[in-house]
Design a protein around this ligand. Structure first.
Ligand code: SF4
Ligand code: SF4
Length: 251
């Protein structure tokens, strides 16, 4: 026991200072992208439109868009055309509508708009039932890690709970396979009103790398998504930042 106490004293306080102080993420971290298609030649535009393995870059009404919701942040587009796509270190990617994830070069990054009723209801305590609806488990791993001493989301009153009956809402990961479709709806219905739903990761938001598979159904329209957190998987800091903005603990 003495050994453990001494080890604990030696290790010191292990919780990251986020969000109270700036922290440094890995050099490889890819955050919110900056887009500039203005100086691209015709051949480069063609290349850009065909480079994304996930078809996230496309033309709509003559405008080039990047769908951050389905983006896996693989950075292939950035490697091929760094003058057009540059991923920043900005980890803050909390969005309340699917449309906010469709970026063009004119898109001004929106700050998350806090809904007052969410702050009032869940600002001091948010209990979530996590539903893994297919996917590869990396999103779940990055959600689970939020409960460890390094992130300690419990200090903000946010916790995952075992039963939807004890939850304020659901947090969905994975593309929602056929086998999970009904289970997800039943879990959502079991959460008492008023309730919220959060989609974490490219799979939950738009199907991600699985979206063209026949057994992938996506989230039912019955489930109203209140918060979208893009990434594949999103970094735990991106998830924590989004949850804290959602309940008004940071602005
Ligand atoms: S980073 Fe996103 S947009 Fe770029 S190629 Fe990868 S998936 Fe496509
Ligand atoms: S979004 Fe990416 S990391 Fe998350 S479950 Fe899907 S494939 Fe895995």
């Amino acid at each position: 026991m003495i050994k453990e106490i001494l080890a604990r004293i030696k290790q010191g306080y292990r919780t990251l200072p986020f969000p109270f102080e700036k922290i440094k993420l890995s050099e490889r971290y890819k955050g919110y992208p900056k887009l500039d298609f203005s100086n691209l030649k015709e051949s480069e535009i063609e290349e850009l439109l065909s480079v994304c393995p996930n078809s996230c870059i496309y033309k709509d009404a003559g405008k080039i868009n990047l769908d951050l919701g389905n983006c896996t942040f693989c950075a292939i587009c950035e490697k091929k055309l760094p003058q057009a796509v540059k991923f920043s270190k900005d980890w803050s990617m909390a969005f309340s509508s699917r449309e906010d994830l469709i970026l063009s070069q004119d898109t001004k990054k929106k700050s998350y708009v806090l809904r007052e009723e969410i702050r009032k209801l869940f600002g001091r305590s948010l209990r979530l039932r996590q539903v893994s609806a297919g996917g590869c488990n990396a999103c779940e791993a990055d959600c689970n890690v939020l409960g460890t001493p390094a992130f300690d989301m419990g200090r903000f009153g946010i916790q995952f709970v075992a039963s939807p009956r004890h939850a304020d809402g659901i947090l969905i990961t994975g593309p929602v396979s056929e086998n999970m479709y009904t289970a997800l709806i039943k879990t959502y219905r079991a959460v008492p009103d008023p309730k919220i739903a959060i989609a974490v990761g490219a799979c939950a938001i738009g199907g991600g790398i699985y979206r063209n598979l026949p057994k992938v159904k996506g989230i039912s329209e019955e489930i109203n998504i209140d918060l979208y957190i893009p990434g594949c998987p999103p970094n735990p800091i991106t998830i924590l930042d989004a949850l804290l903005r959602f309940i008004g603990r940071i602005k």
